[in-house]
Write a protein that binds this ligand. Structure first.
Ligand code: C2E
Ligand code: CA
Ligand code: CA
Length: 585
């Protein structure tokens, strides 16, 4: 610590001023003894002619009044130094101070701390009463010094506590932050290491053994890390390694070598009481060249890289800013869900489905849209999976079902009794016990025939909870509701699913339709699905038809229905109604 910044009890200033006034002297000082000098730490400031300044230092030498006090450990009274040969060279005479009275100040352990003294430009005699008063003031200085040292010790301990982890005795990242905030032109890499099974391990071993394992985890890392690389504690299952160099060229290579060492280390199990315990880790890495990022920023990037890596099953992952942007967006989307419901930001679009045989519309697919006040348009490919993940899908699914049926009711499709609305159902919805009852209730509420709705599900949804999905599919089918298997060809596309589940329609994924006329493989696959449909008596919808060529090809292959931008993009309820429902052809 910079000593000039050290603060002393405020009482000391008052004592110095008071005694200077009482004794009518220009100077009262509290001096601290340092290794080879005495330093002024308090000076009376109630007279203008005090020539001593805070921080002034005088080398310890025999000519110094204070040195004598320290050495003899007793008070010293000099009435007139000019009359004594011994003091003729004292530095204080140069400042005009010829009389002196000083006493030693002790630390709580009895060691010497410094002196308390008064000086004057004229000959002075300080009587016994006055000397007694000075001693009492020194006693008071010493008591406050004891409290001051105790406080200092405590705050140092607190600092130690704040910057070191008790379990591992490792410095925490706050110390790294302090240390690296002052370094210039720094090239820095941080490896963030996380035990990705920490919770499982803790649940199985119990807290005490899990903590012992954490200690083992840290000591193994300490052993394997080369000199110069620093380790900081983050949590019982996370630590960071910080590597800094002045030369940017070697940083990446050295960091990767370090990561290799760690991967090798954790490829073997750790031992606890003779038991071998595998500790799978994810290592995230981030760099900062020439102080481009602050320490905390590199740490955040390395943390994100660690999560990115473990989510994609990689042990070592370097921070990817694009991935981070996407995650950030996903996070904001998730945060906005509650507002979306409150502000009614969701709405449905509808895309026509056309009969290949008659070229007429047979129905439409309801596709949800979200225009958020802060994020703008958010597309379902992003928000549906997030809604599933954060538990908002059931509520959203209920809203979609309700809205689709209410639009259908409003369109009044009496002139086309077979017209259907195709609604995408997510796996969360199929997992609700009362899903079929909800659909039934909605059909009743809007007085819609089961014949006029079709529910689309993906194979992934079907696989999620086969028993429950099967139960709902059978009940829905018995009600007369048709079921379509969406995105066919992209997932497992298992024949047994088509056979076991009461499926009426297969929708060929648009990726195969896009390349139908350019890729032999896509053509073969589409042909295969179409003949499978014929065999199993299923209708087939091709989605993603964007051109006349593809439309004609599908017709020649005897596909049943088609959907795509060639006819229309998904339209608002009003546009769909005016374009396709109220047409008089
Ligand atoms: P999906 O069910 O396969 O929907 C078809 C997607 O293809 C829609 O994208 C549609 O706009 C798009 N599409 C249709 N024709 C063409 C075309 O000719 N060319 C191209 N490039 N694209 C075409 P959208 O609306 O962005 O939906 C994406 C996915 O989001 C849907 O894929 C579905 O999985 C999900 N989704 C959309 N709406 C809902 C919904 O209401 N509920 C649920 N659970 N999922 C939905
Ligand atoms: Ca669909
Ligand atoms: Ca699809």
């Amino acid at each position: 610590m910079n000593q000039q910044q050290e603060t002393w009890p405020s009482l000391w200033q008052e004592i110095a001023n008071l005694i200077a006034e009482l004794a009518d002297v220009p100077v009262a000082l509290i001096m601290r003894k340092k290794d080879n000098s005495m330093e002024v730490i308090v000076r009376s400031n109630n007279t203008e002619d005090n020539p001593y300044h805070l921080g002034d230092e005088e080398a310890l030498c025999h000519d110094l009044y204070c040195h004598h006090v320290i050495q003899t450990d007793s008070p010293l009274l000099i009435q007139n130094a000019l009359k004594l040969d011994k003091w003729k060279n004292t530095p204080d005479i140069k400042l005009g101070m010829i009389s002196y009275y000083g006493l030693p100040i002790h630390l709580p352990d009895g060691e010497s701390f410094g002196t308390f003294c008064i000086l004057d430009r004229k000959e002075r005699h300080f009587d016994e009463k006055f000397q007694r008063l000075m001693q009492l003031l020194v006693n008071s200085i010493e008591s406050s010094l004891a409290i001051h040292s105790e406080n200092n010790k405590l705050s140092k301990e607190l600092q130690q506590h704040e910057h070191y982890n008790a379990l591992t005795n490792l410095p925490t990242q706050s110390l790294g932050q302090l240390k690296y905030s002052h370094k210039d032109a720094l090239n820095l890499s941080i490896l963030f290491i996380r035990n990705i099974q920490a919770f499982d391990i803790r649940d199985n071993l119990g807290l005490v053994d899990a903590q012992r394992l954490a200690q083992e985890f840290y000591s193994q890392v300490k052993l394997c890390v080369p000199n110069g690389v620093e380790i900081y504690y983050i949590s019982n299952s996370e630590l960071i390694l910080v590597h800094s160099t002045s030369s940017p060229d070697t940083l990446a290579g050295e960091t990767e070598t370090l990561a290799c060492l760690l991967r090798e280390l954790f490829s073997s199990p750790l031992e606890l009481d003779g038991k071998k315990i595998t500790v799978p880790v994810s290592i995230g890495c981030a760099f900062s060249y020439n102080n481009e990022h602050r320490f905390e920023e590199v740490l955040d990037m390395a943390t994100v890289a660690c999560t990115q890596g473990s989510q994609s099953g990689k042990t070592f992952h370097i921070f990817n800013p694009e991935q981070q942007k996407l995650r950030q967006h996903h996070y904001e989307v998730t945060q906005q869900f509650p507002n979306a419901f409150v502000n009614s930001e969701f709405y449905l679009n509808f895309q026509p489905i056309i009969s290949a045989e008659t070229n007429k519309i047979v129905g439409c697919e309801a596709l949800v849209r979200w225009n958020n006040a802060q994020l703008g348009m958010v597309y379902p490919d992003e928000f549906i999976p997030l809604a599933e993940k954060c538990g908002a899908m059931a509520q959203l699914g209920d809203w979609i079902l309700d809205q689709a049926l209410s639009d259908l009711k409003r369109w009044a499709i009496d002139h086309n009794p077979d017209f259907y609305i195709s609604i995408n159902i997510s796996s969360t919805q199929f997992n609700q016990d009362d899903f079929t009852d909800k659909v039934k209730a909605k059909l009743q509420q809007y007085q819609i025939s089961p014949n006029n709705i079709l529910l689309e599900m993906t194979e992934t949804a079907l696989l999620h909870n086969q028993k429950q999905v099967m139960k709902h599919c059978q009940e829905l089918s018995q009600l007369g509701i048709k079921i379509a298997l969406d995105d066919f060809g992209t997932g497992f596309s298992s024949l047994s699913h088509l056979h076991d589940f009461p499926i009426d329609i297969v929708k060929i994924d648009k990726s195969f339709i896009f390349s139908l006329n350019t890729s032999k493989k896509s053509e073969q696959l589409v042909k295969g699905i179409l003949s499978l449909g014929k065999m199993l008596d299923l209708k087939v919808v091709a989605e993603g038809v964007e051109s006349l060529d593809v439309c004609q090809n599908l017709k020649s292959l005897r596909c049943d229905f088609m959907q795509g931008y060639y006819w229309d993009r998904p339209l608002s309820s009003e546009d769909f109604e005016s374009t396709y429902i109220n047409r008089n052809d």
